[in-house]
Write a protein that binds this ligand. Structure first.
Ligand code: SF4
Length: 205
């Protein structure tokens, strides 16, 4: 979509037949989403539905994403954990992440683009100057929140990992001599040794 092209969009909601929004590969969550859910008191309900996605390669980035589940109607495909397949709707529609609210309009930092050609809502409805500006503002906000999240997550992750390492090192130092010996024994055991230990424990019972 060029700057001059007229962006027309209306979400078809439950009448949507492609589910493009719910099955898209990466459903990002931003710090802004978490802050909004916290303020509204929804975080506790939504928290089990998203996770930290660690990089799989050097080019990959750490991110926060919605968990996914297989579709009943197509076990090869997965959808967002909050997608209600029976009702063809979002279970958290009124507090869905900003990436869902802007979809399929996306800001790249330079221009506005359509992130999907599969969304059947594109070309529907009427968009006036004000609503177009609102859609663009939201897409820019999503771009900023996504980038802030991506740049701050590695730091937060490192702080948490360092803290956990420090705590486990402290716990190791505080072990009694007896517990330390038991730990050394366990760590020094081969899988065969473990089998033997289990069997002798079973026999003793
Ligand atoms: S949060 Fe809702 S709108 Fe967003 S992908 Fe999940 S089910 Fe769809």
């Amino acid at each position: 979509m060029t700057e001059k092209a007229k962006f027309k969009f209306k979400c078809l909601e439950q009448k949507c037949d492609t589910k493009a929004c719910h099955i898209r590969p990466n459903i990002n969550v931003t710090h802004g989403d978490i802050a909004r859910w916290t303020k509204l008191g929804y975080l506790r309900n939504i928290l089990p539905g998203f996770t930290l996605k660690l990089p799989k390669s050097e080019d990959d980035l750490i991110s926060i994403e919605m968990l996914r589940k297989p579709l009943n109607t197509d076990s090869e495909s997965t959808a967002c954990i909050f997608y209600n397949e029976g009702a063809n709707s979002c279970e958290i529609r009124y507090s869905r992440p900003i990436s869902c609210r802007t979809y399929p309009l996306e800001y790249t930092g330079e221009k506005f683009i359509l992130s999907s050609k599969d969304c059947p809502g594109v070309g529907h409805g009427e968009v006036n100057k004000e609503t177009l500006q609102e859609a663009r503002n939201l897409a820019e906000q999503e771009f900023n929140e996504r980038n802030e999240t991506i740049s701050s997550l590695p730091v937060v992750y490192t702080i948490i990992m360092n803290q956990m390492l420090r705590q486990s090192a402290e716990a190791m130092q505080n072990l009694s001599e007896e517990d330390r010996k038991k730990m050394d024994e366990i760590l020094g055991q081969t899988p065969e040794d473990e089998d033997k230990t289990e069997k002798s424990t079973d026999q003793a019972e």
